[in-house]
Write a protein that binds this ligand. Structure first.
Ligand code: AMP
Length: 281
């Protein structure tokens, strides 16, 4: 497995592979790899000859300095996991290689970035679109796999890739969950045991709304309220938002909607978890 830390070395390798006729698939990550990431890698593997994983904790997309400083960075374990998953190359640039002195260009997302996570984390998605553009520029993949756990991120990246003619096929991979339903996340390892146990309430709340929706209820406010009350009954959980929107536009759902995204962010002390589910598929 190759490990590159400079964009030029990454580009050279990728260009050589492309010239040889190989299809290159890409899974961007911030490391602290778990089975959710590895499911994306396996998906990428099925779609291409070669798989590149990037590991970069992107300072531009953190709105809270502490969260960036405390983000786990077990690079040796991550490289081991990548080897085990048959990854061909890891791109793990240093912050200086990504943002050298003089760096000043940012990619500004459109209105998809103004709601949900974007409304609560100013600048977050501009950090994401900027870093993903740079990662695409270094890795030059044919196809890139993203998780539906970050549903809004996926929608924004799809839009950006189309709007800017980046020529990368974007694949969505379903959310991978723990046995109690908790969406896998690098942040889960920061939960204390009692918080970890309590965190199951997030996906349970979404499931309650799914069941009510499947039983025919189309009252968006009532479905949101049902999910809210489940989270609010958990003393260790502090709900930041719960919103039901159109999965394509991320605008509020129309009355008698047939599909909807129900998305939430919930704090457990200093750890912020997000989750979502699509109703009507
Ligand atoms: P991250 O390292 O958190 O930036 O995530 C890297 C990629 O893995 C993103 O496309 C995420 O959406 C995806 N991902 C993270 N957790 C999960 C999960 N539990 N299930 C599916 N994809 C995930």
């Amino acid at each position: 497995m190759f490990v590159f830390d400079q964009p030029s070395a990454m580009q050279q390798w990728s260009d050589t592979q492309r010239r040889a006729g190989h299809i290159v698939a890409f899974v961007p990550t911030m490391g602290a790899l778990h089975d959710g990431h590895l499911a994306l890698v396996a998906d990428a593997r099925r779609r291409a000859d070669l798989v590149v994983v990037s590991i970069f904790v992107n300072p531009l997309q953190f709105d809270v300095r502490d969260d960036f400083a405390r983000y786990p960075r077990p690079i040796d374990d991550d490289l081991h996991a990548c080897r085990g998953a048959g990854v061909d190359a890891v791109y793990a640039p240093t912050a200086d290689a990504m943002y050298p002195a003089g760096f000043q260009t940012h990619v500004q997302p459109g209105p998809l970035a103004d709601v949900l996570e974007g409304a609560h984390r100013p600048g977050h998605f501009e950090g994401v679109t900027t870093v993903v553009t740079k990662l695409f520029g270094a890795v030059r993949p044919h196809v890139a796999v993203f998780g539906q756990k970050d549903f809004q991120q996926l929608a924004i990246i799809r839009r950006m890739t189309c709007d800017l003619d980046l020529g990368v096929e974007i694949i969505a991979h379903p959310t991978v969950r723990e046995s109690d339903g908790l969406a896998m996340s690098s942040r889960n390892r920061r939960l204390l045991p009692a918080q970890r146990e309590a965190a199951g309430c997030v996906s349970q709340a979404l499931d309650l709304a799914v069941h009510r929706f499947n039983a025919g209820d189309r009252d968006a406010a009532a479905l949101v309220q049902l999910a809210n009350s489940h989270i609010d009954a958990e003393p260790l959980a502090r709900r930041e938002y719960m919103a039901m929107v159109d999965p394509d536009t991320l605008a509020p759902v129309e009355p008698a909607f047939e599909r909807a995204l129900l998305a939430t962010a919930v704090w457990f002390d200093e750890v912020r978890l997000i989750d979502n589910v699509v109703l009507g598929i």
